[in-house]
Design a protein around this ligand. Sequence first.
Ligand SMILES: Nc1ncnc2c1ncn2[C@@H]1O[C@H](COP(=O)(O)OP(=O)(O)O)[C@@H](O)[C@H]1O
Ligand SMILES: Cc1ncc(COP(=O)(O)O)c(N)n1
Length: 267
Amino acid sequence: MKTALTIAGSDSSGGAGIQADLKTFSALGVYGMSVLTAVTAQNTQEVSDVEELSPKIIAGQIDAIFQDIDVDSIKIGMLSNEQAIRVIAERLNVYRPYPVVLDPVMVSKSGYDLLRPAAKNALLTELLPMATLITPNLKETEALLGYPVTTLREMEEAAKALVHLGPRAALVKGGHLEGEAVDVLFDGTDLHHFSGERVQTKNTHGTGCTLSSAIAAFMAKGRPLAEAVTEAKCYIQRAIAEGLSIGHGHGPTHHFHEWYTKEGIKK
Ligand SMILES: Nc1ncnc2c1ncn2[C@@H]1O[C@H](COP(=O)(O)OP(=O)(O)O)[C@@H](O)[C@H]1O
Ligand SMILES: Cc1ncc(COP(=O)(O)O)c(N)n1
């Protein structure tokens, strides 16, 4: 069985973070592992507290996995602070995993800073250059590039500009635009568009976590990048369409195990 590792924060309500990542890996038939960076006290309405883990235990978790198990892909999510970024970059430089899907998580849907603003530079210099793919939403794209991105044309230019910062490829997600939910991939050579029908729902907690984990899962299975994004987009579309009205805020996406067949996602 192929394996995938998520390096991310815990969401106590189970809709985002490590929990969403492991549910996605499992639904897509890869063996999931986790390195925790922080524990959030969170529900569908708010993040009420965060406790960051020490660089020592973050390094310890990474070492424990890589010294024993072959890792077929990695997804990185919530990092919280600069020390976590530095120790993860340092350990990954030793083990050189491939592929690395980096979701540059910054602010939760409920408005809480999941990355301390002062840690942004370390993210840019230490981790972006190691990534096979980064998957920012529009706000994160703006924070990384330093200018607003609000149209499809600007998303295309932004995806190219992000690749200049070091990752091999960039997927700019249009989940927060109006109209069709269009994501734009620049793979270093070509631009690709991935379009999904917009679902009118408030149950979008963890959509970015789910999409990046699904891409990592398909890449673990050996799919080339653009194909992995196509399959993952199909997965997130249905996970949102069948999202769950759990809690009183932004409910979570739905992960169905029976979706995955040997041929791919059941359409
Ligand atoms: N209401 C929606 N209907 C359909 N697709 C959506 C919707 N909201 C987000 N998406 C898709 O979900 C994925 C995650 O995007 P986004 O919500 O922008 O990320 P994030 O969770 O990082 O803010 C993207 O593929 C985006 O196009
Ligand atoms: C631990 C953790 N990681 C990531 C997110 C982002 O998810 P969202 O953008 O849907 O709030 C989150 N809320 N919590």
